[in-house]
Ligand binder design. Structure first.
Ligand SMILES: Nc1ncnc2c1ncn2[C@@H]1O[C@H](COP(=O)(O)OP(=O)(O)OP(=O)(O)O)[C@@H](O)[C@H]1O
Ligand SMILES: [Mg+2]
Length: 270
């Protein structure tokens, strides 16, 4: 097959391959599209934790976005971790220059272990400027709590929080429910005039590294191919669920999911 669309990923690298840019490229590829990248940080990590993070200077991030897009124009953009206010401002400026309309923002703020990854100034700019610029924001529960300053214990709390984000100026919101203490996983999609609650049975496994990165890249891919945002969320959730269900169980800690869950290799190449 030939790629169905072109996606630009703006995110940090994960040397262990389960999350970050590596997960994003695998997701976009496994769903039939062409992936390009602007790397915001380089991490040394494995399934047991993060050893170090080296930030890429913001002017280099801008160059990657602008120089790449000038030549191969993306149909959609996925944004992952932006670690400082300076980087967020640089990305905003570059986004204005390249004028791509379909943008999915995964507002990564907290590492799996609970460490806050970005400072308060970055959170302020993300809230006041970046969320208004993007088509969809996909916070998990702890990130939603930081953005709305409200605690979340239930699906009703998730819905109220999503409405607050819409009041802040977000066009569409998907609150991911992976962190809710529940046997059912609830993901809430809200726009100004519609709401959907996606439900799935929780899969009991320690191997869920990169579910959030994978989900937002999958949404960007489906959306770039012309599906509605709601449909893109529904299909992306299905892909993540199937990929968790077939995880390869690599590493001693929180291992990766199976990004290849959609792929059948042609007989000629086996
Ligand atoms: N154990 C699980 N079983 C089934 N679905 C899950 C499980 N954990 C997460 N999900 C699904 O994975 C998607 C990502 O949600 P999650 O809340 O884990 O994002 P996240 O916290 O941003 O992930 P990450 O740890 O990669 O940052 C959601 O659709 C959620 O419902
Ligand atoms: Mg996440």
């Amino acid at each position: 097959m030939k790629p169905n669309s072109k996606i630009l990923i703006i995110a940090g690298s994960d040397s262990s391959g389960g999350a970050g840019v590596q997960a994003d490229i695998k997701t976009v590829t496994a769903l039939g599209s062409y992936a390009m990248t602007a790397i915001t940080a380089v991490t040394s990590q494995n399934t047991t934790g993060v050893k170090s993070i080296v930030a890429v200077p913001s002017r280099e991030i801008s160059k990657q976005i602008e120089f790449t897009s000038k030549d191969i124009k993306p149909h959609a953009i996925k944004i992952g971790m932006l670690h400082s206010a300076e980087v967020i401002n640089a990305v905003l400026k570059s986004l204005n220059k390249i004028s791509v309309k379909k943008i999915i923002l995964d507002p990564v703020m907290i590492a799996k272990g609970g460490t806050k990854l970005i400072d308060n100034r970055s959170i302020k700019i993300l809230k006041s400027k970046l969320i208004k610029k993007v088509s969809l924001i996909t916070p998990n529960i702890p990130e939603t709590e930081i953005l709305t300053k409200k605690k979340i214990f239930s699906v009703d709390d998730m819905i109220s929080a999503a409405k607050i984000l819409i009041d802040f100026g977000a066009k569409n919101v998907l609150i991911k429910g992976g962190h809710l203490k529940s046997r059912i996983m609830y993901d809430i999609f809200i726009s100004k005039n519609e709401m959907s609650v996606f439900k799935n049975k929780k899969i009991y496994t320690k191997n869920t590294h990169g579910t959030g990165c994978t989900l937002s890249s999958a949404i960007a891919t489906y959306y770039s191919c012309g599906k509605t945002l709601k449909k893109s969320c529904e299909m992306a959730i299905k892909y993540v669920n199937h990929s968790i269900g077939t995880e390869p169980n690599y590493g001693k800690g929180h291992g990766p999911i199976n990004h290849l869950s959609t792929i059948n290799i042609n007989k000629k190449f086996r």
